[in-house]
Design a protein around this ligand. Structure first.
Ligand code: KDG
Length: 362
């Protein structure tokens, strides 16, 4: 766990350079949270003055992303079902901080909700690393089954020890590679590429094993790092690559699909415990319902946006199954090492759950 926290110190020195990719979000450029807030009245509910509870909810991606659409859906459901007694303020583009900072704010109960990828969550609950094992999930339907099933619930329960409550799994999606140097078609093409990774040791080690030079970095610093050439590339789902305008600073896209990245809808445990039972049920159900909507929107975006990347001038490389399985073979020793660290019995259970889910969705 040490490597990523050292990297966070590096990250902090860069905070403020950029709040979002593409520079199109004027409201977030000065890092002021209040300016980026989508007010209650914009969404038809202007009950802030009378609300008994306020939820400040922040995400790292911008307000074009299906993650933000999902958050607005959560807001609508909760405000409607509590008749405005819970007011939800929404913040995007890292206005409240990066994934790690927002999780720390939840622990301190200075922020109520965030929806990070599982990768940085592994710094809080180590077992979350398993969901970031390369090539673990073959498709979204299998991921849904495992995450929404017993295994997923068991990991959410572990968050309580960290003063957070996990209310639902949402979707970031299959991660693909972009870079500014050359097309990546085979495992060999990773050689020498300086790649930004999420703040997660497994990601770091896996890319190192592939021959790349990985640098962990908070998402908010990524656009500038690519623009200034501090890194050659990065990996994220298609929706993020397009909606954050990465095509402005990256020439090559490859559909590596090397890992499926879930989001987790997190709430401060202290805040959750302070809610009456009826409201706990409302926020939990709203997180699940908004999550279903978010997954749908995300999948639509991921299907539709490939053509748009090409129109923006990116060179698209389709990665073959053979090349993917070569990549999987190369990173297998890293997976084995992390499986031992997390506990092989648990990891075996996860693989069994994946197999079962595969059989049931076929
Ligand atoms: O809101 C979530 C994002 O902050 C983040 O998890 C995006 O996948 C991501 C990344 O690469 O940091």
């Amino acid at each position: 766990m040490k490597k990523v926290f050292l990297a966070s110190i590096f990250s902090l020195t860069l905070i403020g350079l950029t709040a979002c990719g593409g520079g199109e979000e004027a409201d977030s450029e000065n890092g002021s949270a209040s300016e980026g807030e989508d007010t209650a009245s914009e969404n038809g509910n202007d009950s802030n003055g009378e609300a008994s509870y306020t939820i400040e909810a922040g995400i790292g991606l911008n307000n074009e992303h299906p993650q933000y659409e999902g958050l607005l859906e959560f807001k609508d459901i909760v405000e409607e079902e509590t008749d405005g007694d819970i007011h939800v303020e929404t913040y995007h583009s890292g206005q409240l901080g990066d994934d790690r900072e927002m999780m720390e704010a939840l622990q301190l109960n200075t922020q109520e909700v965030t929806i990070p990828s599982t990768a940085p969550m592994a710094n809080f609950v180590e077992e979350f690393t398993v969901f970031d094992f390369p090539f673990l999930f073959p498709n979204e339907q299998v991921a849904d089954k495992v995450l929404d099933g017993e295994i997923g619930d068991r990991l959410l329960d572990k968050l309580e020890e960290e003063e957070m409550v996990g209310l639902a799994y949402w979707e970031n999606g299959f991660r693909d590679l972009t870079n500014s140097q050359h097309p990546v078609e085979t495992a060999e093409d990773f050689n020498g590429l300086t790649l930004r990774t999420m703040e997660n040791d497994l990601h770091l080690d896996a890319f190192e094993e592939l021959g790349a030079n990985p640098t962990p970095m908070a998402f908010g610093e990524l656009f500038t790092a690519m623009q200034q050439g501090t890194v050659d590339g990065q990996e994220n789902p298609l929706a993020t690559i397009y909606l954050e305008g990465f095509y402005e600073v990256q020439d090559y896209y490859s559909d590596t699909h090397h890992v499926y990245s879930p989001f987790v809808f997190l709430m401060s445990k202290q805040f959750y415990d302070s809610l009456p039972d009826e409201y706990q049920t409302i926020v939990k159900d709203a997180a699940v319902e908004a999550g279903e909507f978010q997954r749908e929107q995300n999948r639509k975006a991921n299907e539709e946006l490939l053509g748009s990347l090409e129109e923006e001038g990116m060179e698209i490389t389709e990665v073959s199954d053979e090349a993917r399985s070569e990549m999987a073979d190369i990173v297998q020793p890293v997976i084995d090492q992390y499986a031992e660290d997390i506990g092989t019995d648990f990891v075996d259970e996860v693989y069994e759950a994946v197999e079962e889910a595969e059989e049931s969705v076929e």
